[in-house]
Design a protein around this ligand. Sequence first.
Ligand code: SAM
Length: 507
Amino acid sequence: MEDRPSRLGLSMLLAGILVAAGCAIVYELLIGSTSALFLGGSVEQFSLTIGFFLFSMGLGSWFSRWIHANLLVRFIQVEIGLAWIGGSAVSILYALYTYTGHFRYGMLLLIVCIGTLIGLEIPLLTRILRQYDSLRSALANALSMDYCGSLFAAVLFPYLLLPFWGAMYTSVLTGIVNWAVGLAVLLTFRRQIDIRLKRMLYAQVGAVGAFLLALLFYTQPLVGAWESAMYEDPIAHQEQSAYQNIVLTTRGDQIRLYLDGHLQFASVDEFRYHEALVHPAMELAHAKKRVLVIGGGDGLTVREVLKYPQVEHVDLVDLDPAVTRLAARNPHIARINQNALNRQQVHITHADGFAFLQRDHPAYDVVLFDLPDPREEGLAKLYSREGYEMAKRLLAPGGVMVTQATSPYYARRAFWCIGKTMEAAGLHVVPYHLNVPSFGEWGFQLGMRNARDTQIEFSAPLRHVDAHVWEAMKVFSGDMGRIATPINRLDKPVLSRYYREDWSAWF
Ligand code: SAM
């Protein structure tokens, strides 16, 4: 067999490196982001993913020393192997999460398999190019193509691949790209490959090609089946936005909204949560003209705010246009939020809440943080001392802010860490809690610019909260009582770790 490429094949090989490097980065990002979706803690998941990928690539490079001949054949087989495993990577992760209790081990094994194959690519190609050129040029060409391909794919992934195709299709289509690289190299160099090996390669290319086509064809039903297995009720709406996976489920009249698999509200008892979040702050504030809601794209917090005729202006700042669009247009949600997002007092801004707080705005009488739980460091910044200091700066004298603060029972350290962090921002803090059956025991931290009496006669029509219930909400039993924690800072975000550790003891 002849491994030496023709001059004509050189550009083919270089293009192959460029494309294969792009595929490698996409697999890495897919595994990191899918693991963060299932397990939370993007810093932890991406650290593990990158670390194990690099280690496995080192393994692959080291193993390449045992490949003495048939370099082109081995390179084609590496591409076919990557197409097979990489193409099914996200399906494997979904299946691991849905059907086994061993997601972490499966994910690491997957990374080691893919990373080892990727680690073989550059040494093999450099040696093939080396037969054609000096080592100096071969290495320079191989590595520069490799890094360019990585950059290209890393930029495409968040802006194009994930939002338009979703993780599962991106995985399969990237597998098909690896497969196409293998096939193209095989066709380009077919005359230089021994007939017996060539037959074997055609068979492998054919089998993996058929597998990927079948996977592509069944991706939609597979995603549907796995997602249904993850949710209790039938899915009425599902979309992958640039920021999160949005799922709306229905059971009779009831609806539930999930973001990245985490329940945001259940229509059956959401009134308990939203009454508790909104009304104590609205009643304690000296005025109610201008209200800021950070998060809350489902419109349910705004619905409660609009129960006060004094409200003139509500700024709703949500990261994700897909959520507010759904909440404004989907008949199920619009019915529950009473069309709140289409009311003339409501002004919607699509931005990161933290970035919004950094800018100057006319003062607000009430600031409500209605955000997903701080399981990610990216979200925990909105529960940081710096975040609360910025919110306090925007509060009018006599103004009040409040945040949902996870469960004082299931995530006790996280709950009290949020309160301590608000105190560190110079606020007078009132912690309180209630039972929201679909969430469990749930807590809030309310912060005021100045200390004052917190008795309230509620004026809005409410189903759950009243003056007596409010007094009881401020009492904590011993098993939920205050515990000492450090504060959550931008530079030292302890909260998301507390949150994940506390919850993992229960679920
Ligand atoms: N009640 C809910 C809970 O208990 O988790 C929160 C519901 S609400 C739907 C959460 C909203 O926060 C989502 O619409 C999401 O898009 C938004 N969000 C997430 N991160 C954000 C950020 N950094 N800035 C602004 N909004 C954000």
